[in-house]
Each structure stands twice: as structure tokens, then as C-alpha cells.
Design a protein around this ligand. Sequence first.
Ligand code: HEC
Length: 142
Amino acid sequence: MKKYIFIFFVLFYADTAFSHSHYPITRDSLEAIKNGKILYNQYCVSCHQANLAGATNWQGLDEDGHRKAPPLNGTGHTWHHTDELLHRMIKYGFAKLIKNYEGKMMGFGDKISDEGIDDILSYIKSYWKDDIYEYHLEMSKQ
Ligand code: HEC
């Protein structure tokens, strides 16, 4: 668990060096959510599961000793990360962001456009409770 917290600490600081300005990402556009859902079902559902629920017993390790896919629906810690960091996690995968990363979250930047990634984030946010969503909007404005 300690290692996990450390990883996100590193990611967060690596991240702030490259800010751009289309954040925060909202869930206001039904079109974006719809497109995000299509992309999610194509690229993410196999690990993160239907309804973004994450793998069963996601806090444990899989048979290869890797972390399992966490829920993205607001019940895990996805909303602790800013939009910009989430975007980068999806675009580059953890391998580009964490030295010697051996887990299973790979990047999708060669398959999904930046707009597509933002649409997936709109879709993900459509699952979050209002208080988490509002909190995250404020957090991602910086
Ligand atoms: C091959 C399985 C797999 C696929 C496919 C996959 N992921 Fe992941 N994802 C993971 C794993 C495993 C983690 C946890 C990474 C770790 O801790 O090593 C993760 C972590 C994440 C996180 C960080 C979540 C958090 O709460 O910190 C986000 C966001 C994410 N994935 C989004 C996506 C999106 C969006 C897609 C589709 C474009 C996707 N993932 C496809 C396995 C996958």
C-alpha cells in the first residue's frame, strides 16, 4: 500500500510540469459521454468491467502478482487524481510514468485520440456521485 501511494506521489509531480488548459473535463455533453462509453466498451471493459466496477476483489493481486484493475466508478481512488493526470495515465499507461512498471495498465495513445480520452473521462464522471464530481472539478481547475 505504501508503495502505491508513493507511485501516485511521483506521478502527480511528474504531471504538473506539462499543464494544458482544457481541464476540468465535465459530464455536461451527452454526446461526449456516449462516445466515451463506446470507447470504454471497446478498450477498457475487459479489465475495468461493466459499469466501471473494477475487477472482483480489486485490492488484491492477480495470479501473476500484479495489481488488478480498480473501479473507475467513484468507489475507488480514481477521483483523487486530477483530470490531467488521469488523461496521461490513459494516454501513456503507467509504464511511461513509472520506472520499471510491470503492471497491466498500458497506454492507449496510439489507439485513442486526446478528445477520445477526454470523452472516456466524461463517461467515467457520469458515474460519480455529485459531491465527488464537484470536488474533482475544483481540484482539476488548477
Ligand atoms: C489489461 C487490463 C487493462 C485495460 C485493458 C485497461 N486498464 Fe486501466 N488499469 C488496469 C490496472 C491493472 C490498473 C491499476 C494499475 C496498477 O496499479 O498497476 C489500471 C488503472 C487505471 C486507472 C487509474 C485508476 C485509479 O483509480 O487510480 C485509470 C484511470 C484507468 N486504468 C483507466 C483505463 C481506461 C480509460 C482504459 C481503456 C482506455 C483502461 N484503463 C484499460 C488495467 C487495465
